[in-house]
Design a protein around this ligand. Structure first.
Ligand code: PLP
Ligand code: ZN
Length: 417
């Protein structure tokens, strides 16, 4: 079915078989001599490229660093991360009506989101480059991960958050793990504009997903899903559905599949259809897919209770849109009440996720109703962050506590027993 291109030619600037390459003009750059976020020649997005691509036999150990043969380093600043559960959710599977439904719960990472996978590689890269001050713009989870991994690595961390739009658990983490927190009068996209300016002026090292090294860590989500699903189900999944904000994960999964195909570890037929889900109030990727555009249009005003994906200008769109198209996937927008319903359904099966994460299940439900996904498919939904990240949203989606008297008789009476 899908066949993904990945041309390989090691340039002179490569360091130990690793280099940076522009996805637009093909310009190649030495990876660790100087700091690069985008292409010197055309400002296009950069990818980390390798002279040698590993296959399954080259992986051993657990977590993100099991896949070091597919990463720029043998080990990183680790807590450790990855090796997350691929849950069964039989009631949801039955209700939605697909042949198989598994939930990859990235909320089980050390700081409660998949961002840890990116940070273990990102902070290791910062050490390689010899930079000391790390920064990010964040809807919350990136800041929690940066604070924890930066702290672990003994580095200074600065985070820029959109004022009043970050869930309580995430601010608490960033703060206690030792980040300096700046609350910006503006949305996430404004925070990212500012921190990119700071990075270009050399004030800080940027660890948003614009940084290609972070996406290398996040690529291991795809490697893990493929191995776990194959080992437990006997084949690879037909489709992976994920929430989309800056589209870093979508880009990382696409790169994972291109590398696996190029190494011969999988064939084009094994590649899952990448399917992105956004909140209706913040859906520039869905718009670009529907309108057949190569780039997203920046949404100046965005709103959703799924604050982790409240992003109007997804920086990784040029990497992610071809991934969705070439794998035969799609993108879909869901309403906040559909997200809350999905969060409740997952929680009732014991899987506690934050609102943005539940968008994957809400998207699956919608695509089944529309007949885009048929009942024979084997699907993996990615849930990106833990329920406790956003306690206010959980309380709102859940059942209200009931006030009772402080006696056994009173409680029995109340229960009608
Ligand atoms: C960061 C984040 C996302 C968005 O991921 P992208 O890679 O930016 O698309 C989704 N869900 C949660 C919980 C996140 O923290
Ligand atoms: Zn370029």
């Amino acid at each position: 079915m899908a066949h993904l291109e990945l041309t390989q030619e090691e340039p002179d600037c490569a360091d130990d078989g690793v280099w940076l390459q522009c996805i637009e003009c093909g310009e190649t750059l030495a990876p660790f001599d100087e700091v690069h976020y985008t292409c010197d020649a055309c400002d296009g997005l950069l990818e980390v490229r390798y002279a040698d691509l590993p296959t399954w036999d080259d992986f051993s150990g657990r977590g993100v660093w099991r896949y070091s043969a597919a990463l720029p380093f043998a080990e990183g600043v680790s807590l450790p991360e990855g090796d997350t559960q691929l849950h069964d959710v039989p009631r949801l599977e039955e209700e939605v009506g697909v042949s198989r439904l598994r939930v990859k719960h990235e909320g089980m990472n050390p700081t409660g989101s998949f961002k840890d996978r990116g940070m273990t590689v990102g902070v290791r890269t910062a050490k390689e480059l010899g930079v000391g001050k790390l920064a990010c713009a964040s809807t919350g989870n990136t800041s929690a991960a940066l604070a924890a991994y930066g702290g672990r690595g003994g580095m200074e961390t600065l985070v820029l958050l959109p004022q009043g739009k970050v869930a309580a658990g995430k601010v608490a983490q960033a703060s206690l793990h030792g980040a300096r927190i700046l609350e910006v009068d503006g949305n996430f996209d404004t925070c990212l504009d500012i921190v990119q300016d700071l990075a270009h002026r050399g004030v800080v090292y940027l660890l948003n997903s614009l940084n290609p090294f972070r996406l290398e860590g996040q690529k291991t989500i795809g490697l893990e899903i493929m191995e776990q699903f194959r080992d437990e189900e006997g084949e690879y999944p037909d489709r992976i559905i994920l929430p989309v904000g800056n589209a870093g994960n979508t880009a990382a999964l696409y790169k994972c599949f291109r590398e696996l195909e190029a190494s011969g570890a999988i064939t084009g037929d094994d590649i899952p259809a990448l399917t992105g889900v956004q909140a209706a109030g913040s859906a520039p990727m869905v718009e670009a897919i529907q309108e057949g555009r190569e780039e997203t249009r920046r949404w100046e005003s965005v709103e959703t209770k799924a604050t982790a994906i409240r992003i109007g200008n997804p920086v990784n769109a040029p990497k992610a849109l071809p991934g969705i198209r070439q794998t035969g996937g799609t993108a879909v927008a869901v309403e906040d009440d559909e997200i809350m319903d999905a969060q409740r359904s997952l929680a009732e099966e014991g899987v506690g996720v934050e609102p943005a994460s539940a968008a994957s299940i809400a998207g699956l439900r919608k695509l089944r109703r529309q007949g885009v996904i048929d009942d024979s498919e084997q699907v993996v939904c990615l849930t990106t962050g833990h329920l406790l990240k956003d306690p206010d949203a959980a309380v709102e989606a859940g059942r209200d506590p009931e006030a009772v008297p402080g006696t056994t008789e009173g409680v029995l009476d109340y229960l009608g027993e």
